[in-house]
Write a protein that binds this ligand. Structure first.
Ligand code: PEP
Length: 243
């Protein structure tokens, strides 16, 4: 049985005071939570402080991006070894906002994935189609292309995969459980039974349980709802396996 994962993506939100208040509320709400690995992926400047606050707790932490380069003249970039030095556990790779707003292509995403893995971190690889691609019937082709860019370079190993339809991110429009399951099943055939495959895209406390009930959905990557402790906790509780 695969352990569930619920990871928050704070994106570019927060400040020192609000972060610590959010973490305190999340930690308090996690009491008794079982079988779900919870994490928060936070902006770079806060990693050290978040790491210190979460030390010894069962809430893991991660980054939202990293450089594909090991070191050098790459102003503004953060390397895998820098993150690993702080004990960074997860790192989101290939989020659609990075692909769309910052021009990350499949090759760059694959290089970032490999760099994260080589430094001992767990990449959370995001794949997903736009609405136009879905309407054109290209969903499976697109997510497989994004995944295969990584798999032709390195083994998937203990990485986490996140299916995030672009049209569902931050839009309030969620894939139906059946739409998510269909894509997850296809991805599963490629990455195997052991890999955790998360769904992301407007997951809320009110829709998490029905999505997590799908056999190939192993948890969620949560954007907006991860900024509200009660919502994040409710989603993590919905991810607990029944029975
Ligand atoms: C995300 O940023 O990965 C995400 C899924 O965002 P949201 O939950 O806000 O749609």
């Amino acid at each position: 049985m695969r352990d569930r994962v619920v990871a928050g993506n704070w994106k570019m939100h927060g400040n020192r005071a609000s972060n610590l208040a959010l973490l305190d509320s999340v930690l308090a709400g996690m009491d008794g939570l079982q079988g779900v690995e919870c994490a928060v992926c936070v902006p770079f400047p806060y990693l050290g402080e978040v790491a210190a606050r979460l030390k010894g707790s069962s809430l893991a932490w991660g980054a939202q991006n990293l450089s594909e380069h090991a070191q050098g003249a790459y102003t503004g970039e953060v390397s895998a070894s820098m993150l690993a030095e702080f004990g960074c556990h997860f790192v989101i790779v290939g989020h659609s906002e990075r692909r769309q707003l910052f021009g990350e292509n499949d090759a760059a995403v694959a290089a970032k994935f490999a760099a994260a893995q080589a430094a001992g971190m767990i990449p959370i690889l995001c794949v997903g189609e736009t609405l136009e691609e879905r309407d054109a019937g290209s969903t499976e082709r697109i997510v497989m292309r994004q995944l295969d860019a990584v798999l032709t370079r390195v083994k998937f190993g203990s990485a986490v995969l996140a299916y995030e339809p672009v049209w569902a991110i931050g839009t309030g429009r969620t894939a139906t459980p059946e739409q998510a399951q269909a894509v997850h099943a296809a991805l599963r055939r490629r990455v195997g039974e052991q890999a955790r495959i998360l769904y992301g895209g407007s997951v809320k406390a009110s829709n998490a349980a029905e999505i997590f009930a799908m056999p190939d959905v192993d948890g969620g990557l949560i954007g907006g709802a991860s900024l509200v402790a009660a919502d994040f906790i409710a989603i993590a509780r919905a991810a607990q396996r029944k029975g």
